[in-house]
Design a protein around this ligand. Structure first.
Ligand code: 9J3
Ligand code: ZN
Length: 310
């Protein structure tokens, strides 16, 4: 709706150290080329070899706006009694194992809230091809730094001990969260630079500056937020991210602090695009991020640098 087809000419030049996944990707591509020979790479079936992390069909505006993506979703509950470092949660994951492993995302709720406040994102994102872990915190009054640690503990549980651990590529992980959970999302990215994507939703934090974050970060603010006003939270958080970091700021129009707590297509479509682009290295989604989306009935403002060339 707001974007036009992306062209290679729209890419910015790469100007930073390649990520480990990109080095691995290059190595894998070289190995495949050596084994199968160049002629095979020109056949239609060679597409998956270009990006081993690509999952699902080519996206469209309607596919990223849909209530569900192409994968059927299963879920499993994780009791707080069986884990340490966070408060348990629910894992949503693609039912089928025939497409290999998936990237994974942990999602934290806000102050006084529970995993139920973010539950809509579980199947919405998992059905697009991610393992999604909506968590409870140890206490509903835990502060952002604690929520960041708990997001990381949840990812460690997910990839090392959970029943779905074999379905996950542990090198492709991301974090999301609402309000203090969004503040925690920034804390997690600051503490673990190997994370591939971060999406703070109407984030709240007393720390206003995030120059330490190198993880690609999409910050979502709400124009009518009176609890975490964008002028003192989302906007300075975004502005303080290094310009060398892949970053974007999406300000929702006619929205409140609690807009991320119920089904929201604008949040979903840009979150899906961000996670696909940076967790799966899936450049098919770059068309929705670059050129930058225009203001609209649902978008008050959008800022960002177009994704850096991989
Ligand atoms: O998680 C949040 O909703 C943070 C906003 C808040 O209530 O902060 C007050 C200390
Ligand atoms: Zn800071």
């Amino acid at each position: 709706m707001h974007s036009t087809p992306h062209t290679p000419a729209g890419h910015r030049g790469s100007h930073r150290t390649p990520r480990p996944t990109r080095r691995r990707l290059a190595g894998a591509a070289a190995a495949i080329t050596a084994v199968v020979g160049l002629s095979t790479l020109t056949s239609p079936g060679a597409q998956a070899a270009d990006n081993p992390y690509e999952r699902g069909p080519a996206p469209t505006q309607s596919s990223i706006e849909a209530l569900r993506g192409p994968y059927s979703v299963s879920e499993t509950s994780v009791s707080s009694l069986g884990v340490t470092g966070f408060g348990g949660g629910t894992i949503y994951y693609p039912t089928s194992t025939s497409d290999g492993t998936f990237g994974a995302v942990a999602i934290a709720p806000g102050f006084t809230a529970y995993q139920s406040s973010m539950a809509w994102l579980g199947p919405r994102l998992a059905s697009q091809g991610f393992v999604v872990f909506t968590i409870d915190t140890n206490s509903t009054v835990d502060q952002p730094a604690s929520r960041g640690e708990q997001l990381l503990a949840a990812l460690d549980y997910l990839t090392e001990r959970s029943t779905v651990r074999t379905r996950i590529d542990s090198s492709r992980l991301g974090v999301m969260g609402h309000s203090m959970g969004g503040g925690g999302t920034l804390e997690a990215a600051k503490d673990r630079p190997s994370l591939q994507a971060a999406i703070p939703l109407t984030p709240w934090n007393t720390d206003k500056t995030w120059p330490e974050v190198s993880t690609p970060t999409l910050i979502v603010g709400a124009d009518g937020d009176t609890i975490a006003p964008v002028a003192s939270h989302a906007e300075p958080f975004y502005s303080s991210l290094p310009s060398s970091t892949d970053r974007a700021y999406l300000e929702l129009n006619s929205a409140t602090h609690f807009s991320p707590n119920s089904s929201n297509t604008t949040i979903a479509k840009y979150s899906i695009s961000w996670l696909k682009r940076f967790i799966d290295n899936d450049t098919r989604y770059e068309q929705f991020l670059c050129p930058l989306p225009s203001s609209s009935l649902t978008i008050e403002e959008y800022r960002g640098n177009c994704p850096h060339t991989s």
